[in-house]
Design a protein around this ligand. Structure first.
Ligand code: AHR
Length: 511
C-alpha cells in the first residue's frame, strides 16, 4: 500500500518581494507551428474562426490564462528576421527563408510588427521584441525602434501611420540578439560586448526609455558545445563603464534529462523535477555574477526568457543528431508531469523575485512546452496551461516566505511536498505540489484567514495529458479543504498533484 506522508506548511508574514507579472511571460517564435498555424491563420482563412487573423480559440484561451508578456519573433529566428519584410500591404511582403534551429521554411511575413503588436493588445500582453544582431545592423534595429515607438514626425513614423498605426506602441523591452554565443553569431563574450555597446548606445539615443536585454549564458549547460562558462562575467567586464547599458541579462534553461515525453519511468519523473529545482540555483548563481559586476547604482535583472521542458522526441534535429521526426516539428506531448515541473519552477521564481525580472515559457502554442496545442479545428489546453492558470493569484502579489516540513523524506532525495505563497490586501494564495509519484500527502496549512477557494490538478497517471477526444482529462477540479476555521486547514493531496488554495484575510489573524 502506498504511504501517506504528513506535512505542514506555514505561511510566514514575511514578504520576499513583488512577483512581477513579467515572470509569467511567454515566447512566440517563427518556428514550426507556433506563430504560423498556432497563432496566425490569416483573416477569414476558412474553417477556423479568426480575430484579426489570429485563431479565435487560441486568443480566447490565452486571454483567460492570462498572458502578461510575449517575446517575439525568436529565438534563433530573431537573428535572421528583418522587420521591414513584415510591414505594409500583405501582397507586397516578400516570402523569405524562415530559419531557426536548423529549419529552413518559407516565411510569408504575414505575421509582422503590426500583427504581433495587435495580438499583444488583444491579449493585454506586454510585447518584448528580439532584435537582430546576427544578420542585422545597428541602423536596422534603431529604425525598428523608431518605427514602433517614435513620437516625432519622421519618414518612419509617417510610414507607420500610413500602415494603419498613427500612435506609437511604446514597446519597452528590446533584446539585442539571441544566444549570440551560438545560433546568433557564435560571438565570444568580448566581441559580443563590443557589439552590444554599439547597439545599446545608439538605441538609447533613439528611445531613452528602451529596456535592453543582453545575451547571457547559463554557466552549467550545454557542455557538449564547449561554450565559455565564464561568458556572463567576461561579457560584463568587457563592457567596462558601459555595463549600465544592460537592464536585463538573458539566460535560457531547458530541462532535457527527464527521459521520454510520455513513457517515462519513476526515475525520469524525479529527474525532471530535479532539473526544475536546478533552475533556481542557476538564477542564484547568475545573480551572484551580476552582483559582482554591476554598478551599485544600476540594477541588472535576470531575464530567463526561454525556459521549460524539451523532451528528446522534440530535440533530435540537426547535423550529427538523430532525427526521429523529420521534418522537425519541435512539438511534444505535454503531461501532468510537465505541469508539475512548471509549478516547481514558479516556486523558485517567486523566491527569486527580487533578482529575476522576467521569465518566458517556451513556447506559447504547439512548440515545446506549449500551453495550447492546435490540431485542425481543435484547440486543447495542456496540463501546463492549467498549472499556470492556477498560479493567477500570485501575479503582481507579494511573495511570502513558506516553511514546509514533512514526516519523511521524499524519494530520490527530493522533497515530497513543496509550496509557494503570496499575499495582497485581503487575501493569501498558496500553491502546493505533492511531488510523490505514488504516495498521498496530508498537509496542515497555517496561513492567516479562512480558505475560500481550492482547486486540485491531478490525474490517474503523471503521464496523462489532454487531447481533442479528452480535452479536460487533466484540468482543475474543486478540492475539499478540511476545517475552514481561520488560520488552519488540512488537505490530502493525491500523488503527483498540485493544489491552489486562497484564504480571505480581512480582519483575520493566525491562531
Ligand atoms: O525555443 C527554441 C530555440 O531554443 C530558440 O530558437 C533558441 O533561442 C533556443 O536554442
Amino acid at each position: 500500500m502506498a504511504s501517506v506522508t504528513e506535512a505542514s506548511v506555514i505561511v510566514e508574514d514575511q514578504p520576499l518581494g513583488t512577483i512581477s507579472r513579467r515572470l509569467y511571460g511567454h515566447f512566440a517564435e517563427h518556428l514550426g507551428r507556433c506563430c504560423y498555424g498556432g497563432l496566425w491563420i490569416g483573416e477569414g482563412a476558412g474553417a477556423v474562426a479568426d480575430i484579426d487573423g489570429f485563431r479565435a480559440d487560441v486568443v480566447a484561451a490565452l486571454r483567460d490564462l492570462p498572458v502578461p508578456l510575449i517575446r517575439w519573433p525568436g529565438g534563433c529566428h530573431a537573428d535572421h528576421y528583418h522587420w521591414r519584410d513584415g510591414i505594409g500591404a500583405p501582397s507586397s511582403r516578400p516570402t523569405t527563408l524562415g530559419m531557426s534551429c536548423g529549419l529552413r521554411v518559407p516565411d510569408s511575413n504575414a505575421l509582422g510588427t503590426h500583427e504581433f503588436l495587435g495580438l499583444c493588445e488583444l491579449l493585454g500582453a506586454e510585447p518584448y521584441l528580439a532584435g537582430n544582431v546576427g544578420t542585422g545592423s545597428v541602423q536596422e534595429l534603431c529604425d525598428w525602434i523608431e518605427y514602433v515607438n517614435g513620437t516625432i514626425d519622421t519618414s518612419l513614423t509617417h510610414e507607420r501611420a500610413a500602415n494603419g498605426r498613427p500612435e506609437p506602441w511604446g514597446v519597452r523591452l528590446w533584446g539585442i540578439g539571441n544566444e549570440s554565443w551560438d545560433c546568433g553569431g557564435r560571438f565570444d563574450p568580448v566581441a559580443y560586448a563590443h557589439e552590444y555597446r554599439r547597439y545599446a548606445t545608439m538605441i538609447r539615443h533613439v528611445d531613452p526609455r528602451a529596456e535592453l536585454v543582453a545575451v547571457g549564458l547559463e554557466d552549467d549547460g550545454l557542455p557538449e558545445m564547449g561554450l565559455d562558462r565564464e561568458w556572463n562575467a567576461r561579457f560584463l567586464a568587457a563592457l567596462g563603464p558601459a555595463v549600465d547599458l544592460v537592464d536585463h541579462l538573458s539566460i535560457h534553461r531547458y530541462w532535457v534529462r527527464g527521459g521520454p515525453e510520455v513513457n517515462f519511468d519513476e526515475a525520469d519523473y524525479y529527474a525532471l523535477f530535479d532539473e526544475a529545482d536546478g533552475t533556481e540555483r542557476l538564477i542564484e548563481r547568475t545573480a551572484r555574477t551580476l552582483a559582482g559586476a554591476a554598478k551599485p547604482s544600476h540594477k541588472i535583472g535576470i531575464a530567463l526568457d526561454e525556459w521549460g521542458v524539451w523532451h528528446p522526441e522534440a530535440r533530435d534535429w540537426g547535423p550529427g543528431r538523430v532525427d526521429r521526426r523529420m521534418p522537425a516539428t519541435f512539438e511534444q506531448a505535454n503531461t501532468l508531469r510537465d505541469a508539475l515541473a512548471a509549478g516547481i519552477a514558479f516556486e523558485g521564481f517567486h523566491r527569486q523575485c527580487r533578482v529575476l525580472t522576467m521569465a518566458n515559457l517556451a513556447q506559447v502554442v504547439n512548440v515545446l512546452q506549449a500551453v495550447v496545442m492546435t490540431d485542425g479545428a481543435t484547440c486543447v489546453k495542456t496540463p501546463t496551461y492549467h498549472a499556470l492558470a492556477m498560479h493567477r493569484p500570485h501575479m503582481g502579489a507579494e511573495a511570502l516566505q513558506v516553511e514546509v516540513a514533512t514526516d519523511s523524506a521524499g524519494p530520490f532525495g527530493g522533497p515530497a511536498l513543496s509550496a509557494t505563497a503570496s499575499g495582497r490586501p485581503g487575501r493569501t494564495a498558496v500553491t502546493l505540489i505533492n511531488r510523490e509519484y505514488r504516495g498521498s500527502v496530508t498537509v496542515t496549512i497555517r496561513a492567516v484567514g479562512a480558505a475560500t477557494s481550492s482547486w486540485l490538478l491531478t490525474a490517474a497517471s503523471p503521464a496523462a495529458g489532454n487531447d481533442p477526444a479528452n480535452p479536460d482529462r487533466v484540468s482543475p477540479r474543486p478540492l475539499i479543504v478540511d476545517g475552514s476555521r481561520a488560520g488552519r486547514c488540512t488537505v490530502t493531496l493525491p500523488p503527483h498533484s498540485m493544489a491552489a488554495i486562497e484564504f480571505a484575510t480581512n480582519g483575520a489573524s493566525r491562531d
